[in-house]
Design a protein. Structure first.
Length: 275
């Protein structure tokens, strides 16, 4: 079980999850980081302070999209679905809402859910993986970035901008959407390249094929560019340095209720922001 960074909203839910798991005869594993966060010395039927990278059948997340993404990255490439209860603002990736906690956890422990494969983006050296997006950002105190980008060895363009975002279908409703990029329905293969505040009229979003390798080059003579996976800065692209990105079809596994619809989710999650 994993919870959002600020524990206040999920303290009671953690206790209830433990009760439901004990009722179902399922062992709940609570990683050490969660024990420290919530300050619980024990929970009914739970193993406290466990290693989250040990044998796991299901990852239960109580949090928003950031916490869900963290779990998806952690279990990427492993046969461990992530069942997420929304305790965030939007929770686009959530399996259920927090008002459905009891029924949702009972479904989770029974295995009463579908599993959706979520693609990922991986850097050429395999060091970094992103489920939503991998992005390049100029630093606040520096000049605009100058980024060149190419696909399959063919240069497409060079853009002066505040940044460049490469998104999967799952991430296309995030940073990419804010950039004016297209929304890709879940199940569409490929990824989107879009730009943050481009300083040119010719910068347009691009949908690339899943087997196409993207290369991004920092063409600034002096300024480094920060690289982030799912909104977390992980490394720096120095002047004249390049980074390759690849699309990985089998990224992570997301639990969904039977009959869930991407389009209904899109309408409900983003339509509510207009009210």
């Amino acid at each position: 079980m994993f919870t959002r960074r600020a524990p206040g909203r999920t303290d009671d839910a953690v206790c209830r999850v433990a009760e439901l798991c004990e009722e179902a005869g399922v062992r709940l594993q609570v990683p050490g980081e969660e024990v420290d966060k919530h300050g619980f010395s024990e929970l009914p039927g739970a193993d406290m302070g466990t290693d989250p990278d040990a044998a796991t059948d299901l990852a239960l997340v109580l949090g928003g999209d950031g916490t869900i993404l963290s779990a998806l990255r952690r279990f990427a490439g492993r046969d461990v679905p992530v069942f997420a209860v929304n305790y965030g603002a939007i929770g686009f990736l959530a399996t259920i809402e927090n008002s459905e906690l009891d029924d949702g956890v009972r479904r989770a422990v029974r295995g009463d859910f579908d599993v959706l494969g979520i693609p990922a983006l991986v850097t050429g050296d395999g060091r970094w993986l992103a489920v939503n997006d991998l992005s390049f950002h100029r630093r606040a105190e520096m000049r605009v970035a100058e980024l060149g980008y190419s696909a399959q060895g063919t240069e497409i363009g060079q853009v002066r901008c505040d940044g460049l975002v490469v998104s999967t279908a799952a991430g296309s409703t995030g940073y990419n959407l804010a950039n004016g990029g297209p929304v890709l329905a879940w199940g569409v293969e490929g990824y989107v390249v879009s730009f943050i505040a481009p300083h040119t009229l010719t910068a347009r979003a691009l949908v690339a094929a899943p087997d196409d390798v993207l290369e991004v080059e920092n063409r600034s003579p002096e300024e480094p560019v920060d690289v982030a996976t799912d909104g977390r800065i992980v490394c720096t692209l120095e002047p004249h340095e390049r980074m390759q990105l690849r699309y990985r079809r089998k990224g992570a596994l997301l639990a969904q209720l039977p009959g869930s619809s991407f389009y209904r989710r899109l309408r409900d999650k983003f339509g509510q922001l207009a009210h």
